[in-house]
Design a protein around this ligand. Structure first.
Ligand code: UN1
Length: 496
């Protein structure tokens, strides 16, 4: 099958990488299907993109924010028209089922319309000065050139969470998409261009972390980096960025718990567990990877979960009726396999799955069976470390207090869910769960764009995306206007 060759976008021009190298983007449901060939960029490509973004910043920062927002609004409208095509291309490049890739494009549409409204807000503050005839206010300012390093699991939604707030704030951007999913980022940026974004305001440099990501983090003219990915890579990004005091926003791993109390609506809790654990083939930072079940219902819940997990239809995400797509690549399959071995060696009981799928509809791709472990204890590695695949652990507990303790006993703190009809326990959990997100009677996945998104502990470094993203992509300027026509000394002339 012939495939298209894609180029970097630098200063409004489509250019091959200076390295002369390219890489192939493969369909994980059929590794013989090459989605496209993309530039494997290096430091020189990054430097050119930074220069282009710097040049574009001089004029973009002066475009009134409501006008910048209109381009985003138009982009949202164009994405609506292109939703089906982009969803299909996304399933082809990363595997998740069509319903979910449509959701991913929809998340970018939601983000476009939400952030477009911010163009007419971007509020600052005014406050009384301590001196007479003096005015005090604070205004938001763009940072300048900002860099983004984005993951493959939400290859359009997550770039939109970063690009749109950065743009409405007046920054210019360089994005390095994940090497498994550059096409969806190309589609998003092409849509921005078609909506009227001027040249150089967004630049794409495709390639691998060490060659293209690292130079972006290190470039002195890149004022901030927004990164979503693993905690290991996030730590490297943070260390490199610290050398020149670059602000970074990190959104990383999770080991998200769904707690099911004895009084829960069992059917609802099962629906939530299956969707949370196996949606996106478990490859979400918000995926349910621990299910904490209270003793009274544990046997029934476990039996029914396993029965339903066995029935999930795995296959190519574009085919009707398929519920679980492939894992994104061979490396992710290896990680799932590794954790199945670790869990078994630790004494966890494999209740279903645990192996790759290589027959029939799965013969040409990287498929892993939906996997459930029972008899897991909180100290096991399978209960503490992120797998990022279709693997979920069942942990039993006696009391509500114990469930909270187990849920909090890990290094991560992204999402949590509690299933109960007891309103007092629901509010206690909202207060006590150490996580950036808590759901009551809903699964751990499914965040909405106009809420704060991010986590505590090793999941992040304190920033939030969604409703709070503007805080990261702007800096404050304090402005004093003295209209007294004389020297007034703060803290001195008004001190009596
Ligand atoms: C991620 O897994 O990196 O809340 C993001 C959710 C999605 C976003 C997930 N809206 O599950």
């Amino acid at each position: 099958m012939s495939h298209r060759t894609y180029l970097n976008l630098i200063g409004g021009e489509w250019l091959p990488a200076r390295t002369g190298k390219t890489f192939r983007n493969l369909n994980p449901a059929n590794r013989e299907d090459v989605v496209g060939e993309f530039p494997a960029s290096g430091a020189e490509d990054v430097a050119r993109a930074v220069a282009a973004a710097k040049k574009a910043f001089a004029t973009w920062r002066l475009v009134p924010a409501p006008k910048r927002a209109e381009i985003l609004y138009r982009c949202g409208q164009l994405l609506q028209e292109r939703k089906e095509q982009y969803a299909r291309e996304m399933t082809r490049e990363m595997g998740k089922v069509l319903a979910e890739t449509r959701g991913d494009v929809q998340e970018a549409i939601d983000e476009a319309f939400y952030v477009a409204g911010e163009g007419r807000r971007l509020f600052g503050k005014t406050t009384p000065s301590e001196l007479q005839n003096k005015f005090a206010m604070s205004v938001r300012m763009p940072l300048g050139v900002v860099g983004m390093i984005t993951p493959w699991n939400f290859p359009m939604a997550i770039p939109s969470w970063k690009l749109f707030p950065a743009l409405v704030s007046g920054n210019t951007c360089i994005i390095k998409p994940a090497e498994d999913t550059p096409l969806s980022t190309y589609n998003l940026v092409q849509t921005l261009v078609d909506a009227g974004l001027p040249p150089g305001v967004v630049n794409i440099v495709a390639g691998f972390g060490p060659d293209a990501g690292a130079p972006l983090v290190e470039h002195p003219d890149v004022r901030a980096i927004s990164f979503t990915g693993s905690s290991e890579v996030g730590s490297l990004v943070a260390q490199r960025a610290a050398a020149n005091f670059k602000p970074i926003s990190l959104e990383m791993g999770g080991k998200n718990a769904q707690i099911v109390l004895d009084d829960a609506n069992l059917e609802l809790a099962l629906d939530g567990a299956l969707w949370g654990a196996f949606g996106t083939t478990g490859q979400r930072c918000t995926a349910t990877s621990r299910i904490l079940v209270q003793k009274g219902i544990a046997a029934e819940f476990t039996a029914r979960l396993v029965e339903r997990a066995k029935k999930l239809k795995v296959g190519n995400g574009v085919d009707d009726g398929v519920e679980v797509g492939p894992q994104v690549n061979e490396q992710q399959i290896e990680t799932s396999k590794k954790y199945v071995e670790i869990a078994q060696a630790e004494g966890a009981k494999l209740l279903t799955g645990g192996q790759t799928l290589t027959e029939d509809a799965c013969s040409k791709g990287t498929f892993f069976a939906p996997t459930v472990f029972g008899g897991v204890t909180p100290a096991m590695r399978i209960a503490r470390e992120e797998v990022f695949g279709p693997v979920v652990s069942l942990i039993e507990f006696d009391t509500f207090e114990k469930a909270i303790e187990i849920a909090n006993s890990i290094d991560y703190g992204l999402s949590t869910a509690l299933y109960t009809k007891d309103v007092n326990r629901a509010f206690t959990a909202i207060r006590d769960l150490e996580a950036g997100i808590t759901y009551i009677n809903a699964p751990t996945i499914g965040a909405e764009v106009h809420m704060p998104f991010g986590g505590v502990k090793h999941t992040g470094n304190g920033h939030r995306e969604g409703s709070e993203a503007i805080d990261f992509f702007t800096t404050w300027k304090a402005v004093y206007v003295d209209y007294s026509d004389k020297l007034q000394r703060a803290q001195i002339d008004n001190a009596e």
